[in-house]
Design a protein around this ligand. Structure first.
Ligand code: S3P
Length: 181
């Protein structure tokens, strides 16, 4: 049997545009937890934005930066962590997050995601080719990884505030009845 985890934090994962940052901020506010966004930490450390990192150093270098941050997150307490959309595709990253956090994956259909992100231009993976097709392909590839989260929540037809309430509910349940990895 696996030892019960010590759930001190909440990690929000899921595809771009599922509302991880807005929901994460609301959850952190309610719990009086700190809020941390892995992309923001990477940008601050690199001194450039995500698009520049992809352009100048390539995606593998970006994934290395993500991995480094995930390793440091184990020392966090009372923190809501919003992770970049591709971070949990690396099973080591997901396993590491599960050591200290309830990992909640936010979900939406490709069409909903497209509606939410189409007026934004800071995501390098959606800049090439047909963005809706890219979203469909990436979601299909990543679906099996996202489904490894402790909790999967649909954000369809729900406001960030409603999704935040669901996250809080799941966190309270998990804290009273700790689950195995
Ligand atoms: C990515 C998602 C982005 C960011 C980078 C790569 C991905 O984060 O990490 O552009 O691979 O899905 P958000 O999910 O916060 O947009």
């Amino acid at each position: 049997m696996t030892a019960p985890r010590s759930i001190r934090n909440i990690a929000l994962c899921g595809f771009m545009g599922t509302g991880k940052s807005s929901v994460g901020r609301l959850v952190a506010e309610q719990l009086r937890f700190a809020f941390l966004d892995t992309d923001t930490v990477i940008e601050a450390r690199a001194g450039k934005n995500i698009s520049q990192i992809f352009e100048e150093q390539g995606e593998p270098a970006f994934r290395d930066l993500e991995k480094r941050i995930v390793k440091e997150l184990g020392s966090r307490d009372r923190t809501v962590i919003s992770v970049g959309g591709g971070l949990v595709v690396d099973p080591e990253n997901l396993a590491s997050l599960k050591e200290h956090a309830l990992v909640v994956c936010l979900w939406a259909s490709p069409e909903t995601i497209w509606l939410r992100v189409k007026n934004q231009n800071h995501r390098p993976l959606l800049k090439e080719g047909d963005p809706l097709e890219n979203i469909r392909r990436l979601l299909t590839e990543r679906g099996p990884f996202y489904k490894q989260a402790n909790v999967l929540l649909s954000t369809e037809l729900r406001s960030p505030r409603e999704v935040a309430q669901q996250v809080l509910h799941q966190f309270r349940i998990a804290r009273t009845a700790p689950i195995a990895h």
